[in-house]
Structures are given as C-alpha cells and as structure tokens.
Design a protein around this ligand. Structure first.
Ligand SMILES: [Zn+2]
Length: 480
C-alpha cells in the first residue's frame, strides 16, 4: 500500500508540486462528492432530520423492501444464498432476521458476485477498506451514492458539531502524505480546494509538536478530524513540550477506539469538544456523537442491528456484534453485513439534544481485538478494561505468543503505575491464566493505515515486528 508506485512518484516531487498534485486530485473528488445531487440531498436530509423516529422507520422499511427485491432479482450472491429463504417476509427492520448474515470473507472471495446485473465496475465508485491485517476489500458504490453520503456527513456530522466544510480544517488520517524518513518540517501538505491542512500522523513527537502547532495557526485551521489516536498523540506531545493550548471549534474523530485519556488530552489542548463519529468505507451505517455525549445512529444511511453470537438481537445494554444494511447502495447491496465491531444499544434511549434516533453505547472495539490463551481460547472485548483509567493516554496489547503479551501504556496526565496495574488486573480477571507484562512507552506503533488497534498479534503482522522489536528491545521476543 505504502510502496504503491503512485506514492513513490508523489514523494519524488518537490513540495509545491506535491501540493499541486494533491489539490488537483481533491478538485476531482470535490466534483464527485459535492456535484450532481449533493445540494438536493443536503436539503432533503435537513428536512428528514425533523421527522420522528417512527417516520424514519417507515422510510427505512420502504427502502429495505425495494433493496431486498432488487437483491433477489439482480444480484447473483443473494439469488444463490437466499434460495429457499423466506425473503418475501421482509417488510421492515424486525423481519431482517430471516436473512443470512454476510461476512467480509464472502466479499473477499468474489466482490463482483455482489454487484447487480448489468453494471460495470468501471462506472462505479470504488471504496477500498483498510482491512485489519492489510487485506482490503473492494466495495463499489453507485456514483449517485457519493454525494448522498457527503450530504449526510455535512448535515449530520459536521453541522451537528458546529462546523461546515468551507471552514478551514486540519486532518490527521492514515495517508503517508510525508515520506517516513523526513526529519524536518513541513510534516503536512495543504489542499487549497478544501482549505484542508493534511497533517502527517507519522511524525508527531514532543520535538516536532511546535511545528505542527504553528502550522495549525498559520493555516487558520478551525477544526480537526481524523483518527482519535493520532490527534491525541499530537495533543499529548504538544502538552509534553509545554506548548500553549491551541483553541479550535471542535475535534471530530473516527477510525479507532477513542479511549477516555485520548478524549481528555484532545479537549484540553484544543480547548474544544471531541466528538466521536462512527462510519466505515463500506458505507453501510453511520453514527455521530451529539453535544450531550451520546452516539446517535443516522437512519438515512443504513439499518444497524446488534446481535448475539447466536444471531438473536441484543437487549439494551448488552454488547454484541454490529451488523449493517446499507440503504444507499443499490449497485452492490450489502444486506446484514457483519461490520466486525462491537457495541450495545444504550439503556436510556432519550436524549436532551432532541435527536430521536437510536443511541448506541459502549463502542467496544473490533471483533479482531482478541488474545489467544495457551490453551487456545480467544478472549475479546477487552476495551472496557482498557478504558478504565483515564490517566492512560493510550494503550495496546501486543501478543507475541499464546498465553503471553505486553500491555503497552502511554502515560497521560496524572498517570501512576498503579493505573496500569489496575487495567492489567481487569484484563486478567477476564482471561485467567495469562502473562501480561506492563511496558510504559512514549509512543504506540501504528499500522500501515495509521491506526492503533487495541490488540496486535505479531504473527499476523510481519511488517510490524520490526517496530515492536525496537520498542521492546531489552526483552526476549519469541518471534523471529
Ligand atoms: Zn443526543
């Protein structure tokens, strides 16, 4: 991915040409994101957001029924898999359980099998997912879905957070926009079309934090988006370097699990709210945190279910796997798609903010975030434990062999070693017999996509073994 030849070509350009290339690329994106259909959808979404929860359910049921009929008539995968399944009974969200679930593996085997007859991929919008171990999925959207998606983002994510796309902003994502070995600023590139300062997530340290803060100031960035772990790392480094806080309007984070320590650091350094946003490249569902700190599902994108292992729906407060059905994608329908994330429905579904749509709580991280014991058990859902000490800026468990792992902890404000011990005890309470060594670190390594997963099993990430070896240099690691 990073060794991509286009990236290599881009890196060889002088900075001003890199920025020209970036702006030209974004100009092209801009015409698709905010082009034909965008304004109409933006108005529509603003209108629909005034509807009651019951009206939204009726709208969803109509969309769902049309989607199911289309899937049976036109999509080879569903035609085959649903043979003998009572799909005609699906009239509303509650009836979805008669349909089987779709997992990523089925798409990975043959994504074209999911595309409606008569459509050619060259006429569709390609969304690549990042994939936890580097294997990405290709998801195709109809071109008309792109402006709809961005209209939802504008109205129900940015406007809800008090900002809009035309206000200068900063972004910290996974793109290696500055070459890794670069040691001097600028560690960012500016995209003038979106007044967007794209900050590298890979060069942040207490030594470089001042240059980042200056850039945010001189480009006039008013809000920041991107991975919570990356933005928190910047805020933490800047605080550590003694840099004055830098007020922004808001931080909107997504892409990895937001630990309370990360939120605190961001809110303190940028003197603004940090709001969590849930979405994914597949485009099957979206949720946004409101000013009351509650995560509302956005019904105009897709239907969300939270299921137990046996496939039955979870009760409020009960953590289960998130399963989504996209209501916007009629080119490659994803119906009951397993998102690979855990969450629960909030027990109290009323919110002071006035948004009547369902609230989720406990975004519990990824299904992939599990440890393997030496008797071969897989233990997941560890993020509650990881969230228990707000003085921990960020944390990660690195497993080098069954039954043994390191708990990497990046200390935050007011941190004491006993905080890590408490997290370890909590994790061990769940696992039982397991060796978990605490290691305090300055930084937690990122994946090639710039994310910091809660659990890393080293045998599955050969390309990350080097950075962990360096980090844990004095210890015997049992991988080669
Ligand atoms: Zn709310």
């Amino acid at each position: 991915m990073i060794q991509d030849w286009k990236m290599e070509l881009y890196w060889r350009l002088p900075i001003f040409l890199q920025e020209t290339a970036l702006s030209a690329y974004v100009y092209h994106l801009d015409r698709i994101y905010y082009g034909l259909g965008y304004e109409e959808w933006r108005q529509k979404i603003m209108e629909m957001q005034k509807w009651s929860a019951a009206d939204a359910k009726v709208w969803q049921a109509q969309k769902l029924q049309a989607l199911v009929e289309l899937a049976v008539a036109k999509v080879p995968y569903y035609r085959e898999k649903w043979a003998g399944c009572p799909w005609k009974k699906v009239h509303s969200t509650q009836d979805l359980s008669v349909l089987p679930l779709v997992d990523k593996q089925a798409i990975r085997q043959n994504e074209r099998y999911f595309i409606a007859d008569g459509l050619e991929t060259k006429n569709l919008w390609l969304q690549k997912t990042s994939g936890t171990t580097g294997t990405s999925l290709q998801i195709f959207w109809p071109m008309a879905m792109v402006p709809k998606w961005w209209a939802v983002v504008e109205v129900l994510v940015r406007n809800v957070a008090g900002v809009e796309k035309n206000l200068p902003r900063a972004m910290m994502g996974g793109r290696p926009i500055v070459r890794g070995k670069t040691s001097k600023p600028p560690f960012w590139r500016y995209n003038k079309w979106w007044k967007q300062l794209y900050l590298s997530s890979y060069h942040v340290s207490p030594k470089t934090a001042a240059s980042y803060a200056n850039a945010l100031g001189s480009y006039g960035s008013q809000w920041i988006t991107g991975y919570g772990s990356a933005i928190a790392a910047l805020a933490e480094s800047a605080t550590e370097a003694g840099i004055d806080s830098l007020p922004l309007r808001v931080g909107i984070v997504s892409g990895d699990t937001l630990l309370p320590g990360m939120r605190n650091t961001i809110e303190k350094f940028f003197e603004c709210k940090c709001l969590d946003h849930y979405g994914q490249s597949e485009g099957v569902c979206m949720a946004m945190e409101c000013k009351e700190g509650r995560l509302h599902v956005i019904p105009w994108v897709g239907i969300l279910e939270i299921l137990r292992e046996d496939g039955s729906p979870c009760e409020p407060g009960e953590v289960g796997e998130m399963v989504g059905t996209s209501l916007l994608n009629d080119a490659m329908p994803l119906i009951r798609y397993r998102l690979g994330d855990y969450a629960a429905w909030a027990i109290n579904q009323k919110c002071e903010c006035g948004n009547p749509h369902p609230i989720i709580s406990k975004l519990e991280g990824r299904v992939d975030d599990f440890l393997i014991t030496d008797d071969g058990r897989k233990i997941g859902r560890l993020s509650t434990a990881m969230k228990r000490s707000p003085s921990i800026h960020s944390a990660q468990i690195v497993q080098d062999r069954p039954g043994h792992a390191y708990l990497l902890v990046r200390p935050g404000n007011m941190y004491e070693t006993s905080d890590s011990v408490a997290v370890r005890e909590d994790i061990l309470d769940r696992i039982g017999n397991f060796e978990l060594e605490i290691v305090e670190v300055h930084e937690i390594p990122k994946t090639l996509q710039g994310k910091t997963p809660l659990v890393v099993r080293l045998d599955e990430r050969p390309n990350m073994q080097g950075s962990y070896k360096q980090l844990l240099n004095k210890r015997e690691l049992s991988f080669n």
